[in-house]
Each structure stands twice: as C-alpha cells, then as structure tokens.
Design a binder for this molecule. Structure first.
Ligand SMILES: NC(=O)c1ccc[n+]([C@@H]2O[C@H](COP(=O)([O-])OP(=O)(O)OC[C@H]3O[C@@H](n4cnc5c(N)ncnc54)[C@H](O)[C@@H]3O)[C@@H](O)[C@H]2O)c1
Ligand SMILES: N[C@@H](CCC=O)C(=O)O
Length: 522
C-alpha cells in the first residue's frame, strides 16, 4: 500500500471552546508553565550547532512590559553566511530524501503540536498579546499547514498517476516537481506560529533547505517550532534559525547570489524593498530568484439595505478588532448604504464599546498592540482620524502596563481619507456612507490593496455581481473577512497585497518547486 493511501483526507483542526471550564483551566496552566521560561536565552541554530551570541533580541510581553519572554541570539552577516553554507551543503542530501519521508516529518510535527497545543498558544499569548481564541486559532492553523502541505507534497509526487501527461507512442513522459535550492523565509509577527510554520513547512517539504529569519518581536515562538522539528528528527541544516535585523541579515541574504528564493510575508514597504533587491543579479548568480511576497491590506465590508444588519455589525466589529486589528485581513473599512447607515453605525459603536480591554493572559477581548512603534503609529492615525471623520468609539490609549489602545471607530469618513487608504494595522475602523450598494462596492475597490473583503446582502443577483466586481484575493459573503481556513480559503491578495500565493491552497507548493518534464524513448 502506498503512503498516500494510508493518510486520511485533510480536515481542519477544530478550535478549542474556552467557555468550557476545563479548557480555560488547561490554558491557564499552560500560561503558568510558559511563565516558568520567562527570561530564558535562545540560541541561533545553524546545522547541528546552537550558537549563543552576545548581541540579543529582547522579546517583551506587549501586555506586561515588565515581562521578558526571552533573550534571543542575533545573527550578523558572518553568521548568516555560515548558515547559507550549511543550507547549501544540506540541500545536496535533503533534495534526495523521498517526498513521503519529507512529508512524514510534517505529519509527526503536526501530531506533537496537537498534543501540546496550549503550550504553543500560551507562548503566543505572552509574546504577541493574543487572547485565548486568537492564539488557539493560530496554533490550529499551524497544525493545518503541516497536515495540508504534507499531503500536497504526496499529491505532487504522485501527479503522473492522477494527471498523466498526454500519451505519445514510443515515449514514457513524466513530470517531476523538484526543489529550487536554498530559500530565505521571512515571516511577520502577527501570526507568529501559523505563518512561520506554513512558510517554512511548504519550502522544506518541497525539498528545499531554508534560512528562517523570524520577526524580531516574536522570535521565541519561532524557536519553539524549530525545536519541535528537531524533536521529530528533521536532519540538521534543513531549517537554520537566524533571527536578526531585517536591514542587515535580511538585505544580505536577499541579495546573496546563492539564494534561490525568498518567501516573505509582511508589509508592503518591506515587500517592495525585497522585490527590488531580489530582482538584481549578484555576481555569480545563475538564476532569477523566485519571490513570494504576501503583503498588507486595507480590507473592508460592504453592507446593503437588505442585509441582516445585526450580523453585519457583528462581522464588522469582529473583522476590525480581532487581535486588535493586527491582521492583514482586518476589516479596517466599512461602506454602508445610506438608508441603513445610521442603524449600522449605531450597532457598530455599541458593540465596540462592549469590548473589554486587558491582559491577554486573562483572556480579555481586546489586548495590546505589538510594540512601541506600532503603538505610536496607531495613536498618530487616531489623531488623523479625528480630522477626517466623526469619532464614535474609543479614540485614545487605554490603561495597562503595555501597549493598550481603545478600539476606535470613525464614521462619515471620505473614501479618499488617509485612514481609508493607508494600512494602520491596529484597532481603528473607518466607516463611509454610500448612496447605493454599487457605489459602496466602488468605494471598497478604491484602494491599492486587494486582500480580503465581505459583502452583506440578501439579494442573490447583487451577491452574484459583488462576487464579480469586488476585487480581492479572498472575498466572503455574509460573514467576517478574517479567519481564512487552510484548504477551504486559499489565502493571498491582489495588487499591493502581494503575489497572490494562495497559502493553504493546492497551488502553493508549486512556488517552491520547479517542474521537470522527462521523456524517455521506449
Ligand atoms: N498578506 C498576508 O498574507 C499577510 C499576512 C500577515 C501579515 N501581513 C502583513 O504584514 C505586516 C505586519 O507584519 P510586520 O510588521 O512583521 O511586517 P514587516 O514588513 O515590518 O516585517 C516582516 C518581516 O520582514 C522582516 N524584515 C524587515 N526588513 C527587512 C529587510 N530589509 N529584509 C528582509 N527582511 C526584512 C522583519 O524582520 C519581519 O520578519 C502588515 O502589513 C500585514 O498586513 C500580510
Ligand atoms: N489568514 C488570516 C490573516 C493573515 C494575515 O494577517 C485571516 O484570514 O484572517
């Protein structure tokens, strides 16, 4: 029996219900355990070596600035070069490991992560300021990526059986998906486990070796994932963990002649910078670097007069303020037709004011934003918003020993206003009025981004038209615009939102492979 037939079909990891006392207590216990590791030191991992450097990244709990989640060693150019050489050497053996064996490492890791899911979530609660449900969804998505990409590699390695090439008499024709080489994996901090795991797992299961440069605000949870891969027996050198400065290590590796691909998820600004750098050909470079760049969003929700207004208001608030609006998918804009405008605005304001702010480890609905620079930037945007719209909820910083900001809503905002056009990446929602649903869609489309959107209506014909005309990579109807599920909602955006890589979809691994057509005369 082939390994493919022994693997169950992919299914999403269920979310934990924290209304159940036992689940809540289990998470509290996991947080207490994670706190025992506060202030720990973490090394770089290059091949089998664990390297502690003097220069360290201090990872601070954004919800309690007195807590240091860990001190993480920091790579410089020399260490990045060392990691590159190890990754190049390891590639020569790893690329020959059968696909089923490579997938097996992901399946084992998924199982262990599932067994210890609260442990991973607890680290994120402390390091990134997620509440229980947000952290649990992040861990569930990481498990999904491991399970999904493992299966995808098996599918690709079996493609000649399931999708044979056209038969030509006297020839045996096959397609082989072979790896690219050494890749640089650069994830963001906002899904510090899921996106880090997804990007890394896709690259390595395809037969590549990687240099993983985690986001500097969340390197501890990334280290936890690297440790897990070591535990499941992944050969040293397949994943090399090299936290460091984007400007120093990131630029050096993006420009390196031996870098075969860069897999980036983050802001538009850094994505465009990497795109420019990766497009230049370094001396000795013999390929065009592959770039996967998933970037920011200015996503939104359109509500027409036939919609269920309570459901729409709930979706607007959930999309705008889940994880404090720090999602590329966050619904930071809403466009509502004028006949129901006042009613929806009032419902949104009421629901927003009900969001309680406080420590993530105590599971408040609204927690801190990630760091001082985000905090400042978001508060600056709130001041801009006061000039551009009518403040109807929030509007200032909030109490607490961390980066707490009130969930903030501005109504009557013009479509061209800065808070309607620029990604704020915080708990700030701008609402605009439209004369009808088509104008609301036009306002929604008036952005350089194109990541997620939602349309609320009960009219079938309008829904059909909205599915055609709302221009984004992930479009939803009558639900929130966050929370894409692996396998169900392949994720990635248009225009300045990136290369539309569709993480968690059947096309994703093609980005980390090259197809070789082999034809043998019989
Ligand atoms: N489209 C998506 O799927 C998606 C998913 C999550 C987050 N995002 C976006 O990510 C952003 C938030 O994340 P962020 O603040 O971590 O983004 P960021 O662009 O500041 O950083 C992303 C990563 O790039 C690294 N980096 C910074 N400068 C670099 C350089 N010169 N070379 C190489 N790497 C460099 C950072 O250290 C980090 O690991 C938002 O814009 C959000 O919309 C997009
Ligand atoms: N995939 C996530 C967003 C990832 C970016 O931040 C969602 O669908 O909400």
């Amino acid at each position: 029996m082939s390994i493919a037939t022994t693997i169950s079909p992919f299914a999403n990891e269920p979310f934990v219900d924290f209304k159940l006392e036992e689940n809540r207590q289990a998470m509290e216990a996991a947080i207490a355990k994670a706190k025992a590791s506060l202030n720990a030191e973490y090394p770089l991992r290059i091949g089998a070596e664990k390297i502690f450097t003097e220069d360290k990244i201090k990872s601070v709990n954004p919800g309690n600035l007195d807590e240091v989640v860990g001190y993480v060693s920091k790579a410089n150019r020399e260490l990045a070069e060392k990691a590159m050489n190890v990754a190049l050497e390891t590639f020569e053996t790893w690329k020959k490991v059968p696909a089923a064996e490579r997938a097996g490492y992901l399946f084992k890791a998924a199982k262990l992560m599932r067994d210890r899911k609260h442990e991973f979530s607890a680290t994120m609660i402390l390091e990134s300021g997620k509440n229980y449900a947000e952290a649990d969804a992040d861990t569930a998505e990481a498990i999904d990526f491991l399970e999904f990409y493992g299966r995808e590699m098996l599918r690709l390695s079996n493609i000649n059986e399931t999708m044979p090439l056209t038969k030509v008499a006297g020839e045996d024709n096959k397609l082989r998906y072979i790896p690219l080489g050494v890749g640089i994996v650069i994830p963001p901090w906002n899904f510090p486990l899921a996106i880090c795991v997804g990007m890394t797992a896709a690259a390595i299961v395809s037969g590549n070796t990687v240099l993983l440069k985690p986001a500097s605000t969340t390197p501890v949870i990334a280290h936890k994932f690297v440790e897990l891969m070591e535990e499941v027996g992944l050969p040293p050198g397949v994943i090399n963990y090299i936290p460091g400065s984007g400007a120093e290590v990131g630029d050096y590796l993006t420009g390196h002649p031996k870098t075969r691909f860069v897999s980036f998820t983050g802001s538009k600004e850094v994505g465009l910078h990497i795109s420019r750098l990766a497009a230049e050909t370094a001396p000795g470079q013999i390929w065009i670097k592959r770039l996967v760049a998933e970037m920011g969003g200015k996503d939104g929700i359109v509500v027409d007069e036939t919609a269920d207004l309570d459901a729409a208001a709930q979706a607007i608030v959930a999309s705008a303020f889940g994880f404090q609006g720090q999602k590329c998918s966050a619904g930071s804009r809403a466009f509502i037709v004028e006949s129901v405008y006042d009613a929806v605005v009032e419902k949104v304001a009421t629901l927003t004011k009900q969001l309680e702010i406080g420590l993530p480890e105590l599971n408040y609905a609204a927690g801190p934003v990630i760091d001082q620079s985000s905090y400042r930037k978001i508060l600056d945007y709130i001041e801009i918003g006061k000039e551009e719209g009518r403040l109807i909820a929030g509007g200032s910083k909030a109490d607490g020993n961390g980066y707490y900001i009130q969930p903030t809503v501005f109504a009557d905002v013009d479509g061209k206003a800065r808070i309607m056009q620029e990604e704020i990446f915080g708990p700030v929602l701008a609402i605009g009025k439209a004369k009808d649903w088509r104008e609301a869609i036009a306002l929604y489309n008036d952005t350089e981004f194109g990541l997620t959107g939602s349309f609320f209506s009960k009219e079938e014909a309008r829904i059909e038209e909205a599915l055609e005309t709302m221009h984004c990579g992930n479009l939803y109807v009558n639900r929130k615009c966050t929370g894409a599920l692996v396998g169900a909602h392949p994720f990635g955006g248009f225009n300045m939102s990136g290369t539309d890589s569709k993480a968690g979809g059947h096309d994703y691994l093609l980005l980390f492979t090259q197809a070789k057509a082999v034809s043998v005369k019989e």
